[in-house]
Design a protein around this ligand. Structure first.
Ligand code: UDP
Length: 436
């Protein structure tokens, strides 16, 4: 019998990357009879939740690249700098692992890298492997990544000072401040790393994109035109990779789902900023006060606050032994008993969004969360915090989809604290108003 095709998928860090990689692997194994090896980075494993890699079907195996040190990076190095440095320092180990997989009886049919690892495509190319990028966000943001080298070459000011909107093909116009967050400071070393990333994408034979025609029809057409002309490798739209159950869901129903069972239909606002979204202490207090003032029921997944980094929870750098609820304003937890449920660090999001009691979602606009919300038919407020989330917010709040209600924050490097009145008004609008 012929050997089943063997696909190697290199994933990076964070649930938003590991989940789509494992969903792709599952589909290749279950629907197509492929075997799959998922390669992860030991240095990039995120704490706080059990991994979706623990529940994979037969035919899918996992290999971890050994730890590499990034201790020499400055303490305040950008999250993306830390991730890309790990990826680049682990290339020799990746080469060895790919070589041994290639020499095994299964060989390697195709090599797929996460959207943050296109540097690894060069290693695959050395071995003659067809290389693809699993792009775990939308096409609009892929176009913005591909545009980075040109942006860097043709402009000298900071993105947020660009005099004209950026017109990516087939996309809503973007203010420079809404472009990728790591591009917002030219003097940060992450800026150059982003240029390299944009260039490395051109090494791919194609992009496997976790989006759908219904959300990005015009962008897809524009992308196809460009790839037909040979400007970019082709994009294959294969999403949405949404799940019905969280991988961590076990036989024991999470207590927050039992709490939801006792709430009226459509009455609860779910508040969560993904695996990485992190608010400052002052912003946490304003959000708490705003939720209280809104008078709405809510289920809030609370992370430790961080004063500097809006993605601090991503690699667990915000984590301390302290209970995240202890950072909430005095008396808040007691006052909210009954109206609001506060869940530390992690909750089964897909089950929550599909629970009949949930009537709205306040989200950081991570792409997986966005797809899960659309699939569950829940209106959302997008509160973008890092990565490409401002672009996602623009897309969601544009007429084409119209799910996001969050007013975009003032421009500038440091975000002002969004006041409680604004939070309360927006939450009421979402849960009771016309727009919601
Ligand atoms: N997630 C979850 N529970 C949490 C936080 C996140 O199940 O408490 C899942 C969520 O359903 C989504 C993923 O983690 O599938 C987060 O991906 P997203 O792209 O939305 O954001 P990121 O965390 O990558 O910023």
């Amino acid at each position: 019998m012929a050997q089943a095709p063997h696909v190697v998928i290199l994933t990076s860090s964070g649930l938003g990357h590991v989940l789509p990689a494992s969903e792709l692997a599952k589909r290749l194994a279950v629907h197509h009879g492929f075997t799959v090896t998922i390669i992860t980075y030991a240095s990039l494993s995120s704490p706080g939740h059990s991994s979706p890699l623990a529940s994979l079907p037969p035919g899918v195996s996992v290999a971890a690249l050994p730890e590499v040190s990034i201790d020499d990076l400055p303490a305040d190095a950008h999250l993306v700098t830390r991730i890309l440095t790990v990826i680049s320092r682990a290339l020799p180990q990746l080469r060895d692992l790919l070589r041994s997989l290639l020499d095994s009886p299964a060989g390697i049919t195709a090599f797929i890298t996460d959207m943050l690892c296109p540097a690894a495509l060069a290693v695959g190319k050395e071995m003659g492997l067809p290389g693809y990028v699993l792009y775990t966000s939308n096409l609009m943001s892929l176009l913005s990544f591909l545009y980075i080298p040109e942006l860097a070459r043709t402009t000298t000011c900071e993105c947020r000072d660009l005099p004209e909107p950026v017109l990516l093909p087939g996309c809503v116009p973007l203010h420079g401040a809404d472009l990728l967050e790591p591009l917002q400071n030219r003097s940060d070393p992450v800026y150059q790393l982003m240029i390299d990333l944009g260039r490395n994408y051109l090494l791919a034979e194609g992009f496997i994109v976790n989006t759908m025609d219904a959300l990005e029809h015009e962008t897809l057409l524009a992308f196809k035109e460009l790839s037909d002309k040979g400007v970019y490798p082709p994009a294959y739209v294969v999403g949405p990779f949404t799940r019905r159950r969280c991988p961590d869901s076990d036989e024991v129903k999470h207590s927050c789902l039992r709490w939801l069972d006792n709430q009226p239909d459509g009455s609860v606002l779910y508040v969560s900023f993904g695996s990485g979204g992190t608010l400052s202490t002052a912003q946490t207090a304003e959000l708490a006060a705003g939720l209280e003032a809104s008078g709405q029921r809510f289920l809030w997944v609370v992370h430790h606050p961080n004063e500097k980094d809006s993605s601090a929870a991503y690699l667990g750098t915000a984590a301390t032994d302290a209970d995240p609820l202890s950072y909430l304003p005095d008396g808040f937890v007691e006052r909210m008993n009954g109206t609001g449920l506060l869940v530390p660090l992690w909750a089964p999001q897909v089950e929550i969004l599909n629970h009949v009691a949930v009537g709205g979602f306040m989200s950081h606009g991570g792409w997986n969360s966005t797809l899960e919300t659309v699939a569950a038919g829940v209106p959302m407020v997008v509160w973008p915090l890092y990565a490409e989330q401002r672009m996602n917010a623009v897309m969601m709040s544009s007429d084409r989809v119209g799910l996001a209600l969050w007013e975009r924050p003032p421009l500038g490097k440091d975000r002002a604290v969004v006041p409680r009145e604004e939070v309360a008004a927006l939450v009421r609008e979402l849960m009771e108003g016309e727009k919601g």
